[in-house]
Design a protein around this ligand. Structure first.
Ligand code: ATP
Ligand code: MG
Ligand code: MG
Ligand code: MG
Length: 562
């Protein structure tokens, strides 16, 4: 491919709106362009990267035995009402109506659609296990779309869904997906880590996230210096949710007769799980409600309150909080209050207090609640976040370290949640109806492009891992418009390299060599060959790997070996 035939609108200046290196370089290199908040166009160069990621993902999915399908982006509301998520999913679900005023949404994920497909098409244990995947556009109306491809509203995901007769069968596929993810991210040249993850409200089943390690990552991941224990922060900080809920219920019942349940849906006391696992929502009948949360997760807490149909929250002032606890407790207030205002508008705000992490349970007092005494401190309800240097809970020998990660993949045992809600059962060997067990497995295909850049760049631009690069080799033809020899030699080399199986970008533009080199560095091709009158006279090629600082002169045989 000639540079004059592919549109690469590079930018000299760093766009002001881009904070992250990946966002800056993908814009500057002409890989993507912004349409609106969280919406991006893939330019020719960017699309080549995307296709290469898709290819690796597809090959590894196919290798694992998963079958590719393609489901609609637009999904009927009825399915989401059946699963209960039409109400629960919240504002990330973009809802729309068709011309007949029927409700639809843009798919943020496809559990409902695939479960519907399975209940129509799969009737016998003989058809199981089966695993379907797609590579497709998702839409999530993220509250804070940012960092370009990293957190888009429209983005591309590989999502797979497996169906099984029993848990043992799910375990086998789960492991094979886990292995396929290891191979995929290894082939993509990423430095990544699989970590245990919380599976939120579903409980009891396994889940892992795959994180690309990068300081700019939005997630904190915890790992042991001694054993192979690694988990995301939510998981590392929370004991088994079920145990936590039971213990908390016991404690709460001692303190406050009248509390009925700690079930996530209960109106009188709830533990908000999943992302909001660090949030305890304690609601006593006929008393002002109390919300206690750790960190700066106030928005999630408010959302949780909303989901639990709490209509009264009270905002505690820092003074009130201090007076109630009698100690400086690190009250920080809801940091993200501005975004939460639309949600708050639906509530009569009565109380909200927020403790910074690092405080001990023992230091925390339950304020704004006329309880006779503080809740006792059952270990299972210890809501401390893990901090670096804590002893490893698994081997007790190592200490825990905390790093930043970018979530690029997630494997998840769904169990029978969707089968139950949507009536997915098949005939088992004895001819009886049996509920189907499910797993789901996502990869952020478009996010991978950004994550790769976060790990592979220098002050001159991107350094693509071999598997992702839009072209394997860049040929810079110096003053090709003036030298027919250079033009011909560069074109011939281009053709030979392509014939040998490499994709090649030939820069034949009428530009100064400095500009040509800067473009090659910015767009990050791993190998560069310079063709000039000078090197032609020496009968060699001038070669430089993207990470190298010096040129080397190579014969063509040597070049092909690079
Ligand atoms: P996050 O915690 O970053 O919001 P998630 O846990 O909500 O992600 P999943 O539902 O697990 O995401 O979706 C599977 C994968 O899709 C994620 O692991 C991630 O790589 C990718 N993904 C999720 N949301 C986005 C987004 N807004 N933009 C780009 N990729 C995304
Ligand atoms: Mg999300
Ligand atoms: Mg996540
Ligand atoms: Mg996830």
């Amino acid at each position: 491919m000639r540079a004059s035939q592919i549109f690469i609108p590079t930018l000299k200046e760093t766009p002001a709106e881009a904070e992250l290196v990946s966002h800056q370089l993908l814009l500057r290199g002409g890989f993507i362009r912004r349409l609106a908040s969280g919406l991006y166009t893939w330019m020719p160069l960017g699309l080549r990267v995307l296709r290469r990621i898709e290819r690796v993902v597809r090959e590894e999915m196919d290798r694992s035995g998963a079958q590719e399908v393609l489901m609609p982006v637009v999904q009927p509301a009825e399915l989401w009402q059946e699963s209960g998520r039409w109400e629960k999913y919240g504002p990330e679900l973009l809802r729309l109506k068709d011309r007949h005023q029927r409700d639809f949404c843009l798919g943020p994920t496809h559990e409902e659609v695939i479960t519907d497909l399975a209940r129509r098409e799969i009737h016998s244990y003989r058809q199981l296990p089966v695993n379907f995947y797609q590579i497709q556009t998702k839409f999530r109306d993220e509250i804070r779309p940012r960092f370009g491809l990293m957190r888009g509203r429209e983005f591309i995901m590989k999502d797979a869904y497996s169906f099984h007769m029993d848990h043992a069968s799910l375990e086998i596929t789960y492991q094979s997906m886990y292995d396929a993810y290891q191979r995929t991210f290894t082939r993509l040249g990423l430095d990544f880590r699989a970590v245990e993850a919380d599976n939120g409200a579903i409980g009891g089943k396994r889940s892992h996230e795959f994180h690309v390690l990068a300081d700019s990552g939005e997630d904190a991941i915890v790992s042991c210096s001694h054993c192979d224990y690694a988990a995301n922060m939510e998981k590392a900080s929370s004991p088994a949710p079920a145990a936590e809920q039971e213990a908390l219920l016991e404690a709460a019942q001692v303190a406050t007769p009248g509390i009925r349940s700690v079930n996530g849906q209960a109106k009188h006391l709830g533990i908000a799980t999943s992302k909001i696992v660090k949030t305890v929502l304690v609601l006593a009948e006929d008393k002002p409600y109390l919300l206690l949360l750790r960190g700066d997760d106030s928005l999630n807490l408010i959302k949780a309150a909303h989901a639990l149909q709490v209509d009264e929250l009270r905002m505690a002032t820092p003074e009130e909080a201090e007076a109630a606890t009698g100690a400086p407790v690190g009250f920080i207030g809801p940091k993200n209050l501005p975004e939460s205002l639309p949600v708050l508008a639906d509530l009569r705000v009565l109380g909200l207090c927020n403790f910074s992490s690092g405080a001990n349970m023992a230091d925390l007092h339950w304020i704004n609640l006329n309880w006779e005494r503080d809740l006792p401190r059952p270990d299972a309800a210890d809501l401390r976040e893990v901090t670096a240097g804590d002893a490893c809970p698994h081997c007790q020998q190592g200490i825990l370290g905390i790093r930043r990660g970018i979530e690029v993949g997630h494997v998840f045992q769904l169990g029978q949640t969707y089968s139950e809600k949507m009536g997915l059962s098949v005939l088992d060997e004895s001819g009886r109806d049996a509920l189907v067990t499910m797993g789901c497995y996502g990869i952020g295909v478009s996010r991978v492009a950004a994550a790769a850049v976060e790990q592979h760049f220098d002050d001159r631009g991107i350094i693509w891992p071999a598997a992702l690069t839009p072209f394997d080799v860049g040929i810079v033809a110096i003053h090709a418009r003036k030298s027919p020899e250079v033009a011909a030699a560069a074109q011939a080399l281009h053709d030979r390299l392509e014939k040998a199986g490499y994709s090649v970008l030939l820069d034949d533009r009428d530009e100064r060599p400095g500009v040509q080199f800067a473009t090659m560095d910015l767009i990050g091709l791993p190998h560069r060959v310079v063709v000039s009158d000078k090197v032609l006279a020496q009968n060699v090629w001038e070669y430089r790997a993207r990470r190298a600082t010096e040129n080397t002169l190579l014969s063509e045989t040597e070049l092909m070996a690079q």
